[in-house]
Design a protein around this ligand. Sequence first.
Ligand SMILES: Nc1nc2c(ncn2[C@@H]2O[C@H](COP(=O)(O)OP(=O)(O)O)[C@@H](O)[C@H]2O)c(=O)[nH]1
Ligand SMILES: [Mg+2]
Length: 296
Amino acid sequence: MNNNPEHLIAEINSAALTVLKMSHSLPESEDLIEARTLLKDGLRQTVVAQMLADHFCIAVCGIQGVGKTTLVNELYDLKEVLPHNLGQGELLPVLISEDGSIVGEPLAFVRRLFRDPVTEEINVEDVPEGIESVRERSRNPDHDDLLIHLKVPRRYDFPEGSGFLLLPGWQPDVADLERQHSLTQIALLSAARCLFVIDPSQTADKRQHDLDQKIKDTFKDSEYLVALTHSDAYPDGNEGNCKDVAQRFGISQERIFCVGTFADPGANDAWKKRVVRSVMRWGGPPLRTAPFGFAD
Ligand SMILES: Nc1nc2c(ncn2[C@@H]2O[C@H](COP(=O)(O)OP(=O)(O)O)[C@@H](O)[C@H]2O)c(=O)[nH]1
Ligand SMILES: [Mg+2]
């Protein structure tokens, strides 16, 4: 029997999809609908975990409004595709992966649960999505949507198929907190690398405080990275901000870098190079030790 975690999670997902299919042949009841909703919520997490087990992904996490989307937008010139935070950010995780076959415009897909009307099989499918509707879809997903996948042209020196997984904002006060948090935690634990994004002007925020505690508790033994945003706005304060964060988390300043939206493209290129170098140099979260596999 194959006991490796990647194989086990694929088996769990396949079994869960079969149970979901069978549930449609039972008499409908409120309990059944609730059970199906719970199963789908579980699948939302395990499908993401399976994808992260199979790919070299950098999970990008932080409270809402710190600059996660802006950071990824800058890295891949996606300003027209991903929404800036206008009170509400992405509700679905967004995977941005490099693909050698893409030239020019990115291609967008929604990974979703799909029930074949003829065979009644339920599968996970990638459905093409117009690039112009990605913003709307990420903010108002259907219940069967699991994540958005943007395939972008190759740009950095990451392994083929690598990606950034932009996670929904860390918010302790949302109604379905538990569900969102378990998805975020599973993603952070299964990703090849974790990048926590912090806005130095929001350190007093209760949500940031909550996330700080989570990082210290769960990730203390891993080599996660921290991006400090808005460095264009603190030309003189960046060194101090880095030192503060190094102290706050008890980590080396080498794992912290300042990012921003500088008018000077050279300044942006400099931090992008650092992000790429750091991602390749530092190790993964607790479940991952090597870029392409789980720990033995
Ligand atoms: N000047 C500046 N503005 C930023 C920076 N990062 C984010 N912002 C702005 O902060 C707001 C929230 O950023 P966003 O990326 O949507 O945050 P998210 O919720 O973490 O994805 C937006 O209006 C961005 O334009 C930065 O590094 N420099
Ligand atoms: Mg965002």
